[in-house]
Design a protein around this ligand. Sequence first.
Ligand SMILES: [Zn+2]
Length: 299
Amino acid sequence: MSSTRTDFGEEAGEIRRFWRGLGLPGLIDVHTHFMPERVLHKVWDYFDANGPLIAGLQWPITYRKQEAERTGLLREFGVRAFTSMLYPHKPGMARWLNGWAADFARRTPDCLHTATLYPEPDADTYVREAVEAGARVFKAHVQVGAYDPADEQLEQTWGLLAEAGIPVVVHCGSGPAPGKHTGPEPIARVLARHPKLRLIVAHMGMPEYEEFLDLAERYDQVRLDTTMTFTDFAEGFMPFPDRALPRLAAMGDRILLGSDFPNIPYPYLHQLHALERLGLGRDWLRAVCHDNAVNLFGL
Ligand SMILES: [Zn+2]
């Protein structure tokens, strides 16, 4: 629709100038949200109501659009591949979400087929089914799901995903508000049992940035996504410590661009500028914004 062009055309132009300036063919964003409309609207209602899981913050959704407009926008921005992060907040929901995500991936070729999980008796079965159906990335939301990631009911599931080498984006940090099982300790118990699990720690582990860098330094298959981190918004309440910047530089091959599109209270471009102003250089930005995801997903 031309309406998106008039609304966001200028921003799209600036985003394209950003990746062209780095000599990249586009961006890859490992952390974008697409889910059944009814669920997404509930998420938006939650942000509108400044609920406790978002620490009561003012959180106006910048890209509150119909699904086709949202995928159209990512294409205008030059995002070559993205995900459909979705997650259950209770038992009995993951299988249904996975069915929706498989269909979304079928009709959205630039979306990496995404699936999710929850500790429940049939988790092994539906995760195996999703893998057989071609899922390339999983999302686990420890904060919203309020479960222990080291729950016994996920033991075989983590093993299966580790063996298959399928990345799992996991929101396990205690930002924007802590949950019963957030923080580095519960997920560290999972890694102790499954050291080859390809975890992508969402939001760089905000606000426990350094503890999650510790984990990434200990386990070579642990990665981190940039989602919301370093933006003015996140820096305002959970700033990334300057002293950890050299560790970010050294970890440049395991940090992946994530944005939280469309659920962000600022323009997409701001996430890119927030990465650029870290001053870690052009090679670092190229790897983070594109090449690391190409290598991880074989794109
Ligand atoms: Zn997210």
